[in-house]
Design a protein around this ligand. Structure first.
Ligand code: ADP
Length: 551
């Protein structure tokens, strides 16, 4: 700004100075030229008059300082010249002033001399005898005048430049000071130039706009962070160069990095194999996914490009926890293998018996035994298939079943009644105690829980043993407990007996008609009712299973 002001001041001052100089010089030069010419004319008149009366004698003794006097004859030959010998001089007839004097009686002219700095003024007057008196005087030209003034001109120019610098410095300081002191947070409060009012108003309105926009952005950011903070998926937003813009809590925890990574390159904090390639592809506009194992858990990294106006402006990296999904897949695979295996054994047995009967290889006395075998194996298969159907139904969330007010005590009574004949056969006494306790649940599944627990308590009991079924209720819970005095379960099996097809003693279970699915059904059904299961069991002493329902 100082430079610009300096240039403007300098330019204006120098232009004004030069114009003034030119004008003054022009006026003075023309004034002095006119004066010189007037003086020359007067001198010529005087000399002409004197020569008219005194002739050459006047000229001989005359010494006019600075003037040159020439007396020219009417034929142009020089009769006298005050500076040069007239004999060597050429004919003057063609000289402009002489020509004019000979014809009109008076003539004047000016001519540049050999150098451009000198000019010669001429004035000629015709005398009565036809001769001409000419006076000439030298006069400085424009250039000479200018050159003679060169030094003062330069001195003035230097002074003007110095003055301009000083003025520009002071002026720019004075102009800039209020601008520097402008309060950009509240521009209207600053006392600046009136001319800047439109600009100040504009800044002020833009400031309001920016404030509104930034608070809107802040609000949206907060909303986004609140929304993503509690998500079970990890979400990382990156710019197109892979720098972190935002990361939610889940992603921070999973990758073991805190939010200080915001603004930095993600790959500096996480060196998961393949992540760099995944991000590179997303930055090139291609969606990609890859499975990643972190510790015991399995995750799916999914990177998608964020496209705006046809260009990739960022990357959304979402981390899904697929541990449960993988476990479920694994379980399904195992379940299918187990089902095939469990079904194959009774089928092989049935097929073997039937083949022997068909080939007549069984004596008539043995036929009832083989038939009984085929019957019991078929029944086992039917029970197994029934349980498989039940557990598959539970796997699907038992969506088609309806919740209703159900009395657990009543269900327990039904189960005890239904188990009584089997209990009698096993020599086990079943007793029910407690009082009605209603919960909101799925009656069929609640019955499965009570029946399976009672069935196990009878199946894994000893002859002469007891089963105690009790239903109790307090403010928050309804408790169903099934206690037996049977063979019990060793502690190392407690964790696993709720797994599908897990049995402590496979042959005992099969003998007792077990499928290995009873407790899995109990576990699933309890889960659907948000119920907890507690197990207490000691070998040869008995087992207590308690299911605690929220009231
Ligand atoms: P199963 O059809 O074989 O009874 P469950 O899933 O009902 O299958 O039980 C799994 C295993 O847990 C049984 O095979 C048995 O070994 C053990 N078990 C379950 N309940 C009892 C109990 N009350 N007493 C002793 N062992 C039990």
């Amino acid at each position: 700004m100082t430079k610009k002001i300096f240039r403007s001041i300098c330019f204006t001052a120098i232009s004004a100075l030069l114009t003034a100089l030119v004008l003054i010089m022009a006026v003075l030069y023309s004034y002095f030229s006119d004066n010189r010419m007037k003086q020359l004319i007067t001198q010529t008149e005087l000399v002409a008059r004197a020569v008219e009366t005194q002739g050459l004698t006047y000229l001989d003794g005359l010494n006019l300082d600075g003037y040159r006097i020439t007396w020219v004859d009417s034929d142009g030959s020089v009769k006298f010249d005050s500076t040069t010998d007239n004999k060597n001089m050429e004919n003057h007839l063609e000289r402009e002033e002489i020509k004019a004097a000979l014809t009109k009686g008076f003539g004047q002219s000016s001519r540049y001399s050999a150098t451009l700095t000198q000019k010669q003024l001429y004035c000629a007057k015709r005398l009565s005898d036809g001769t001409v008196i000419r006076l000439s005087v030298s006069h400085l030209t424009w250039l000479a005048l200018f050159l003679s003034m060169l030094l003062p001109i330069f001195a003035i120019l230097a002074a003007v430049i110095c003055l301009s610098l000083f003025m520009a410095y002071r002026l720019s300081k004075k102009i800039i000071k209020p601008l520097n002191e402008l309060n950009l947070d509240n521009p209207k409060s600053s006392d600046v130039y009136e001319e800047l009012s439109p600009l100040i108003n504009r800044i002020s309105s833009q400031q309001l706009q920016i404030k509104a926009q930034s608070s809107e952005l802040e609000r949206k950011k907060d909303e986004f962070e609140t929304a993503t903070a509690n998500m079970s998926e990890g979400i990382i937003l990156l710019n197109e160069n892979g720098f972190v813009i935002s990361i939610n809590q889940t992603a921070s925890k999973l990758l073991g990095i805190s939010s200080y990574c915001v603004g930095k390159e993600l790959l500096l904090f996480d060196n998961t194999v393949g992540l760099s390639e995944l991000l590179k592809n997303a930055a090139a506009g291609r969606h990609g996914e890859m499975p990643v194992s972190i510790g015991e858990e399995d995750y799916q990294f999914s990177a998608s490009p964020i496209v705006s106006d046809g260009d990739v402006c960022g990357i959304a990296l979402i981390i899904f926890d697929i541990t449960e999904k993988k476990k479920a897949e694994q379980m399904r695979r195992e379940f299918s293998a187990n089902v095939s295996h469990e079904l194959k054994t009774p089928l092989q047995s049935i097929s073997g018996c039937a083949e022997l009967l068909l080939n007549g290889m069984v004596g008539p006395g043995e036929v009832p035994r083989f038939s009984e075998r085929i019957y019991s194996e078929s029944k086992r298969m039917i029970t197994l298939i029934d349980d498989i159907i039940k557990i598959s139904h539970l796997d699907e969330g038992a969506a088609d079943t309806r919740y209703e007010e159900t009395d657990i005590y009543e269900l327990a009574g039904t189960a005890v009644k239904n188990i009584s004949s089997a209990a009698e056969l096993a020599g086990v006494t079943v007793a029910l105690s407690g009082k009605p306790a209603v919960i909101n649940g799925i009656p069929q599944l609640l019955y499965e829980i009570v029946f399976n627990l009672c069935d196990n308590a009878v199946k894994y009991n000893k002859r002469g043993g007891n089963v105690f079924v009790d239903v109790s209720k307090d403010k928050n819970t309804v408790r169903l407990s099934v206690r037996d005095t049977g063979i019990g379960i060793p502690a190392e099996h407690h964790q696993r007996i709720f797994e599908r097809f897990y049995r402590v003693d496979k042959s005992h279970s099969k003998e007792a008609g077990g499928t290995g699915l009873g407790l899995s059904i109990v576990k699933h059904a309890a889960m659907l009712h948000n119920a907890a299961i507690e197990l207490e069991s000691f070998p040869n002493k008995g087992t207590l299973v308690t299911v605690i329902f929220p009231a």
